[in-house]
Design a protein around this ligand. Structure first.
Ligand SMILES: CC1=C(CCC(=O)O)c2cc3nc(cc4[nH]c(cc5[nH]c(cc1n2)c(C)c5CCC(=O)O)c(CCC(=O)O)c4C)C(CCC(=O)O)=C3C
Ligand SMILES: [Fe+2]
Length: 423
């Protein structure tokens, strides 16, 4: 095998009969909303931002100060907002290059510009049909339902429910635009680690491990991920969240090393756990796992001497990447004497930006693309979530992009005319 040479990623455009039920016909959208997490932009913003993230849970400021150290160490500035400004600019340029007249707005769940304020601005500018693109791509409460709730509540808060139509692009974990940058990065990272071990020919691959890292979530949230009330769907590890990551990781490894004999092994690992210690979250933690494999793998392999860390759960190099991986996990590697490379996130990679425009074009009437590329057998994911999808256990809230009846498929009221004309 030639170091760094990746086979093309296997992309399917075949329809998925399972997720087909949650598909919406194209519509004449008139604007795009880039919805993200938001982050502080100075030391004075840190505690107000953390109060927003943890709102409704009454966590005292002293406790918030304890979890603020990573923001404090970065001067109170999260990289996420500048990354979203860059992504918005890149999206605007690509939409206009493809002749799509769709303005892009930006709104965050936890910091300025806030989602309700942006929706109001969009309505005041004359927009009536909005397509939301979130910066979180998998299925779980934090990355799917919480966005849909915040959008539903923002419509109520601004009095725009029923006046502004708001739909959302599918969870796009397995769109090639998201996965290709990881394939490239993993191939390059593997070449670098082989080099560092003095084995560019791959002869020490048994001592190299690829670690796909994502955000840990409570196991209870993981079990509710991607589910529906009336339509049981079984997932690997009993969780759509884990299953989506595992399927993506396999697709990346297949493209990077193929079925080559003696290719490096890989694992899915978790990071950034928070919350009370007695509440179970997905494991293993990346740092614990690094310590374990530095002494030999579970399958009886030799001590691991090099790792390629792939931040498969994230769209940009925000704080969870800059701190939990680049600061903490890389320090763990140094302590263990393990060579390590952290692969870039999609960011504003050309494939990612053009992929996002494809995802928009799947849904719009103008310059519509009927085919839905996906690199795992789980997708393409639903346009409209199944009832109860990614449920949280703190009570029902208004949501966008959810069907009302699993048996009947998509909510009839939400389904537009097939030709995308105004109702
Ligand atoms: C799945 C997932 C993603 C990936 C999908 C996505 O990208 O959306 C994600 C992303 C992010 N998480 C982020 C920041 C935080 N997440 C927290 C807390 C939590 N995350 C959770 C899950 C996730 N989180 C969960 C189950 C909690 C605990 C419960 C709660 O509190 O809801 C807390 C509270 C303090 C703490 O507990 O540490 C903070 C400050 C930032 C911003 C980074 C920046 O500023 O650059 C980003 C992109
Ligand atoms: Fe988070």
């Amino acid at each position: 095998m030639v170091a760094g040479a990746a086979a093309p990623l296997a992309v399917s455009t075949e329809a998925n009969p399972v997720t087909e039920a949650g598909r919406l016909a194209p519509k004449a959208y008139d604007a795009v909303l880039l919805a993200s997490f938001g982050g502080p932009e100075g030391q004075e913003d840190v505690i107000p931002f953390l109060r927003n993230v943890t709102r409704g849970r009454g966590i005292p400021d002293e406790r918030l100060e304890e979890v603020s150290h990573h923001y404090r160490a970065f001067g109170g500035i999260s990289p996420i907002n500048s990354q979203n400004r860059a992504l918005k600019a890149a999206l605007e340029a690509e939409l206009s290059a493809q002749g799509l007249d769709l303005p892009v707005y930006w709104g965050n769940r936890n910091w300025d510009p806030y989602i309700p304020q942006t929706l109001r601005e969009m309505y005041d500018a004359g927009h009536r049909r909005v397509l939301v693109l979130t910066t979180s791509v998998y299925s779980c409460y934090s990355s799917c339902r919480q966005y849909r709730e915040d959008l539903g509540m923002a419509l109520e808060e601004t009095g725009l429910t029923g006046r502004l139509e708001v739909d959302k692009v599918r969870q796009y974990f397995d769109h090639p635009g998201f996965v290709v940058p990881f394939v490239e990065g993993t191939a390059a990272g593997l070449a670098t680690v082989r080099e560092a071990l003095g084995a560019p020919d791959g002869s020490r691959d048994a001592e190299i491990r690829v670690l796909f890292a994502t955000h840990s979530i409570p196991t209870r949230d993981a079990e509710a991920a991607g589910r529906s009330d009336g339509e049981p769907r079984e997932f690997e590890e009993a969780s759509a969240y884990a299953a989506q990551h595992l399927a993506n990781a396999r697709a990346v490894m297949e493209a990077v090393t193929g079925s080559a004999e003696g290719a490096p092994g890989w694992d899915l690992v978790y990071q950034s756990r928070s919350g009370a210690p007695h509440v179970p979250w997905l494991e293993p933690d990346i740092n614990d796992h690094l310590a374990a494999i530095a002494g030999g793998t579970a399958e009886g392999g030799p001590a691991v001497k090099g790792v390629v860390i792939v931040p498969l759960g994230f769209v940009s190099d925000h704080m969870e990447v800059a701190w939990d991986l680049d600061t903490e996990a890389l320090a763990t590697c140094r302590e263990l004497g393990v060579e390590a490379v952290r692969v870039p996130t999609p960011g504003v990679h050309r494939e990612f930006v053009t992929g996002l425009v494809q995802l928009i074009r799947e849904r719009t009437v103008e310059k519509n693309i009927a085919e839905r590329p996906h690199v795992t057998g789980l997708g393409p994911w639903y346009d409209v979530c199944r009832p109860g999808c990614c449920a949280n256990f703190r009570g029902a809230k208004p949501v966008i992009a959810e069907g009302v009846d699993a048996a009947a498929g998509v909510d009839a009221a939400a389904a537009p005319a097939a030709d995308g004309t105004e109702a």
